[in-house]
Design a protein around this ligand. Structure first.
Ligand SMILES: [Zn+2]
Length: 293
């Protein structure tokens, strides 16, 4: 499906149907904090449906940051977002800006814009792809430790995104433990500071309660305080603090769509997302081939 002609059903429903109502109801509800999820900072798009795109052009990213600035958003880290939600103080507009994977284009394309607005952000790095020289894997360049130390020194919080970026639920218990523990240790050794946050790589298997509760225990055991995943939605205090939902954003998010997402207008998508995962799992269990994401 060409991206130019793809009908954005998710955009149409969010802006036309849900956002106007979420806006009306927002004040009466529990405090929510939107956590934005960015990946690469490239102009090229993959040519899939915009929903699956992970790149954001520098121009679009700059427009997003300008929008947050002009609309009075305060950027916070996950710990501060949780604290604000727990104390129920919701007079301020807060947002958490996150990036996954530690791509070098963050350093060259996103960080200068964040610095311009004095914005906080959290970068989840893959410790096994971070080295003293730039690592290039699958056509992507990753930041070096010197670059990670530099952004960290200038206000970017660093979190763990495992050692090897695997689909954790497919690994044995020892390997899962290694990915969680070793990534944290390596980053802490390099930065000389405790790592609080974890980001689950790939689609989060939220329907597999046995796996997710085991993983939560591991994260707690190894001293993590919080984390995020790919569940869609704005974060609420009653969410699992280790697997908080996020709002995926990319080059296709114009300011109206971004605003709808920030204000809870995209949260409805979690139900179809969950249903899709369950359906996929059902067919896999039946041994039927199904096109994977
Ligand atoms: Zn990732």
């Amino acid at each position: 499906m060409s991206t130019m002609t793809s009908f954005r059903l998710d955009r149409a429903i969010s802006i036309g149907l849900i956002h106007p109502f979420s806006h009306m109801l927002r004040r009466q509800r529990a405090p929510r904090v939107p956590i934005l999820m960015y990946h690469g900072m490239q102009s090229e798009v993959a040519g899939r449906h915009p929903y699956y795109e992970t790149n954001t052009s520098q121009e679009r990213f700059a427009a997003h940051m300008k929008f947050l600035h002009e609309n009075g958003y305060t950027t916070v880290n996950l710990h501060e977002a949780l604290e604000a939600m727990m104390t129920g103080r919701n007079s301020e507009k807060r947002v958490v800006i996150t990036f996954d994977d530690g791509f070098r284009d963050f350093y060259t394309h996103a960080f200068p814009i964040l610095a311009e607005y004095n914005f906080k952000a959290t970068m989840f790095i893959v410790s096994g792809l971070t080295a003293n020289e730039t690592v290039c894997a699958d056509g992507k360049e990753y930041m070096t430790w010197a670059e990670v130390r530099e952004i960290h020194a200038r206000g970017i919080q660093i979190g763990s995104h495992t050692v090897n970026h695997p689909e954790l639920y497919k690994l044995g218990p020892n390997q899962v433990e290694y990915e969680v523990r070793q990534s944290k240790e390596t980053i802490e050794d390099e930065l000389g500071e405790a790592i609080q946050s974890f980001a689950y790589p790939y689609a989060f298997p939220e329907d597999d309660k046995k796996f997710t509760s085991h993983l939560r225990e591991l994260l707690q055991t190894h001293g993590y305080e919080n984390g995020v995943c790919t569940i869609i939605g704005t974060a609420r205090p009653d969410d699992d603090w280790f697997f908080m939902p996020r709002l995926p954003v990319n080059s296709f998010d114009d300011l109206r769509f971004l605003e709808a997402k920030l204000e809870g207008g995209y949260d409805w998508l979690h139900k179809p997302q969950y249903l899709f995962k369950m359906t996929k799992k059902f067919w896999q269990e039946q041994g039927q081939p199904i096109e994977s994401r």
